[in-house]
Design a protein around this ligand. Structure first.
Ligand SMILES: NC(=O)c1ccc[n+]([C@@H]2O[C@H](COP(=O)([O-])OP(=O)(O)OC[C@H]3O[C@@H](n4cnc5c(N)ncnc54)[C@H](OP(=O)(O)O)[C@@H]3O)[C@@H](O)[C@H]2O)c1
Length: 350
């Protein structure tokens, strides 16, 4: 009798949790949009996560529009998508330029006649101590990471509004938009801005009876996209490439980019408010939420381990560095990802 009494709160809790999980699954299923025939715009769709997102949206029947600055990489991406039977519209544009971003959105609307989903994925990253970065690099991070998303979103909004609650805006932010990682000043600052933008438009468009598009904020930790070869390195460039390359390749701390793309598309279809990708994104977000002083100190200790500033200016692309580490087995996973994801790795990494 006594043991039955003790068991009942446990059973009750288990039943309540089960009911919540069931209700959540049902709500997600109700919200899930069918992508067949829909038009999905992906900024920075020429390589890495953006290209994998384009493939995943395309696999599920969407027509996709992609933009990036490098016309050759964009063309390779478009050909690869077409070879998979995906209908593609591609425009070589610098989306950090307002007129170019708006012209891209207008071009998509003209080509396809509608826009259902906008994925703000374009991004750059500069890895260097703050004393080795110039104002120009910080401005470039804000333009490519933050302003590009603002320009495309505001221009696409009237088209998205036509689709009502079935429309989606997906903002690919970063754990660097929640916790400031040392040697990533421009990246962190622009991703914090993007986080604020994403959560602000979500409050106005997606909740409290609003009838606008559902906004999803994506918070990835390090992903194995292979983008280390397109990242920019300043200061002691080879050493900066070394720590960043390793941090982008360690299996448990990083997430496979194709898996990440599948999770982003699933979250977008269900109109989820936020999705975190990878263990580090979960752990760091949680730790920063409950003990911000401790994570700030932790980042300071990490900074002390990183290469000191050299007092030099300018940055070099990862693929132009010719760092010995590039052919190392330690970067095997990143190198494989770079080859697969149109990241154009240097000879040593092939
Ligand atoms: N990889 C990671 O570990 C990681 C972690 C957290 C968050 N993220 C975020 O996830 C997104 C994708 O990352 P990724 O690793 O796939 O990077 P990536 O391989 O470097 O791809 C970035 C894409 O954005 C485009 N792009 C950059 N600036 C642009 C501009 N001004 N105008 C138009 N296109 C522009 C690039 O093409 P062009 O250079 O030719 O323009 C490229 O297509 C980024 O927003 C990144 O910050 C990545």
């Amino acid at each position: 009798m006594a043991s039955r009494k003790r068991r009942s709160p446990v059973l009750f809790t288990a039943a309540a949790l089960g009911a919540v999980a069931l209700a959540r699954t049902a709500v997600r299923a109700l919200r899930r949009i069918d992508l067949r025939g829909r038009v999905v715009v992906i900024t920075g769709g020429s390589r890495g996560l953006g290209l994998l997102l384009a493939e995943e949206f395309g696999r599920l029947g969407a027509r996709v529009a992609i933009a990036a600055r490098d016309a050759e990489a964009l063309d390779r991406a478009a050909q690869r998508l077409r070879a998979r039977g995906v209908e593609v519209h591609a425009e070589a544009r610098d989306l950090g330029d307002r007129a170019a971003a708006e012209a891209f959105i207008d071009g998509v609307a003209r080509a396809f006649g509608r826009i259902d989903v906008l994925v703000n994925n374009a991004g750059v990253i500069q890895v260097a101590p703050m004393r080795d970065l110039r104002v120009e690099e910080l401005e470039e991070a804000m333009r490519s990471n933050h302003w590009s998303a603002v320009y495309t979103t505001l221009r696409a909004l009237p088209h998205l509004d036509e689709q009502g609650r079935a429309a989606r805006i997906v903002n690919v932010v970063s754990i660097g938009g929640r916790v400031a990682v040392p040697h990533l000043l421009g990246y962190n600052a622009s991703k914090f801005a993007m986080m604020g933008f994403s959560e602000s438009i979500q409050a106005e468009l997606s909740h409290g009876g609003a009838r606008g598009p559902r906004v999803t904020t994506v918070i990835p930790g390090p992903m194995r996209t292979g983008s280390i070869y397109n990242a920019e390195f300043g200061g002691s460039r080879q050493r900066e490439f070394g720590w960043f390359g390793l941090a982008s390749s360690i299996p448990i701390a990083t997430i496979d980019a194709r898996r990440a793309a599948r999770r982003v598309v699933a979250a977008a279809r269900e109109g989820r408010a936020e999705v975190k990708l990878g263990l580090s994104a979960h752990l760091l977000s949680w730790a920063h939420g409950v003990a911000p002083q401790t994570t700030a100190r932790l980042m300071g200790w990490l900074n002390a381990l990183l290469p000191p500033a050299r007092g030099g200016a300018g940055t070099t692309r990862g693929r132009d560095l010719r760092a010995p580490l590039q052919s190392s087995v330690l970067l095997r996973l990143s190198n494989e990802a770079a080859r697969r994801n149109n990241e154009a790795p240097p000879e040593a990494a092939r």
